[in-house]
Design a protein around this ligand. Structure first.
Ligand SMILES: NC(=O)c1ccc[n+]([C@@H]2O[C@H](COP(=O)([O-])OP(=O)(O)OC[C@H]3O[C@@H](n4cnc5c(N)ncnc54)[C@H](OP(=O)(O)O)[C@@H]3O)[C@@H](O)[C@H]2O)c1
Length: 245
């Protein structure tokens, strides 16, 4: 009898809506057990129910990535229940408004953005690293954005007269964090990459701005979760193609 392959376990933050929910769906469609997380229990449950109704293997958990104790509790719970984790998708994100510039920014609001987009991913990766180390082929995917790129000529750091300041800065820092984890973990079997979903229609009216369907944005993220063992680490990608830092 052929030995049964253990089910791979993936966790997605901010998976109650938007790209996170669709990433969870696509990972579930790959046969993974997906832990759908949201900061609100009801939202996590209802997202999980939606995917379970589609026949996917999904579990709901709560986590607020900006809260140390919430992240620690999740890590302890997963350690008890599963003992390992194969895929971590740091998708949760916050932003202020699209007109915010460095000179006008409310630094309290900036801190909230960094707390979620940078420290949230950092906190989650630190807390879950012991479980990722127990996987035979772990993948960490930091959902970044062209807004954090020096070279993106449409929405990058040098465009739009500096608008979306804290969001762009948070994603540039997330890219740097991706490299630091990737280099530190080289040879461990854990691949760490940043991916941009591209402009994706997760809010009303975004199609009119040229945003693409959520299914396509999510696919760009899922690509990095499904990399083979000899895949890249420490990169920044959209649709499997390198992006300029
Ligand atoms: N959409 C785009 O065009 C685009 C382009 C480039 C990159 N991205 C990136 O893609 C990712 C997903 O984007 P999206 O458009 O799907 O975002 P979204 O619709 O705004 O959803 C953001 C998700 O993050 C969650 N979240 C926020 N703060 C959190 C916290 N402290 N702890 C846990 N969860 C938290 C939200 O939960 P609540 O429902 O509770 O608020 C929500 O589930 C983000 O990283 C974003 O920066 C998006």
């Amino acid at each position: 009898m052929t030995p049964k392959m253990p089910t791979r376990i993936a966790l997605v933050t901010g998976a109650n809506r938007g790209i996170g929910l669709e990433v969870a769906r696509q990972l579930g469609q790959q046969g993974m057990t997906v832990i759908v997380t949201a900061r609100d229990q009801q939202k996590a449950d209802s997202a999980a129910q939606e995917l379970i109704a589609e026949g996917l293997n999904v579990i709901a958990r709560t986590v607020d990535v900006s809260d140390d104790s919430s992240v620690r509790a999740l890590a302890e719970d997963l350690n008890t229940q599963f003992g390992h984790l194969d895929v971590l998708v740091n998708n949760a994100a916050a932003y202020v408004d699209w007109t915010e510039t460095a000179s006008s920014a409310d630094l309290g609001a900036v801190q909230t953005v960094l707390e979620t987009n940078l420290f949230g991913a950092w906190r989650m990766t630190q807390a879950l690293l012991p479980l990722l180390r127990k996987s035979s082929a772990a993948r960490v995917v930091n959902v970044s954005s062209g807004a954090g790129s020096h070279g993106d000529t449409q929405s990058g750091l040098r465009t739009n007269r500096g608008a979306v300041a804290s969001y762009g800065i948070s994603k540039a820092a997330l890219n740097a964090l991706t490299v630091k984890f990737a280099v530190e973990l080289e040879g461990s079997g854990i691949l760490v990459n940043a991916t941009c979903p591209g402009l994706t229609a997760t809010a009303p009216g975004m199609e009119a701005m040229g945003a693409r369907p959520v299914v396509d944005g999510a696919r760009s993220v899922v690509w990095a979760a499904l990399l083979p063992d000899d895949g890249p680490t420490g990169g920044f990608f959209r649709d499997g193609q390198s992006l300029p830092w």
